[in-house]
Design a protein around this ligand. Structure first.
Ligand SMILES: [Zn+2]
Length: 113
């Protein structure tokens, strides 16, 4: 049910943004979803479709881009793709890692009529 609550949150943003632009219909919603959120794109699309029935976002195309999980080592500054949630610097083996990408869950773009 993780995806259902996320879908609801996205729908809220979409409807609010669309209302601000006096839109009558939402055509396309582009989403950026970080790998670390472990959201299942198909479940999210399904949830959005189910929740948007009867709203102006009903039938909107959901375009999902998964952003990779990228960490940066605080010790040596190396940036790397985090595989299998292994937060260790491949260069200096430090565990002092800052996540720079992969945690986002955002509406990137909205196409309205
Ligand atoms: Zn390092």
């Amino acid at each position: 049910m993780h995806e259902m609550s996320i879908a609801q949150g996205i729908l809220d943003i979409v409807l609010k943004t669309a209302a601000e632009h006096n839109a009558v219909k939402v055509g396309c919603v582009k989403l950026l979803i970080g790998q670390m959120t472990q959201v299942e794109p198909e479940s999210l699309k399904f949830g959005f479709a189910a929740l948007s029935v009867g709203t102006i976002a009903d039938g909107a195309v959901i375009d999902i881009t998964i952003t990779p999980l990228i960490g940066e080592c605080s010790s040596c500054g190396q940036q790397f793709t985090v595989e299998k949630f292994s937060f260790l610097c491949p260069l200096c083996h430090s565990a002092n890692i800052v996540v720079v990408s992969g945690r986002e869950l955002a509406v990137d773009y909205l196409e309205v009529e």
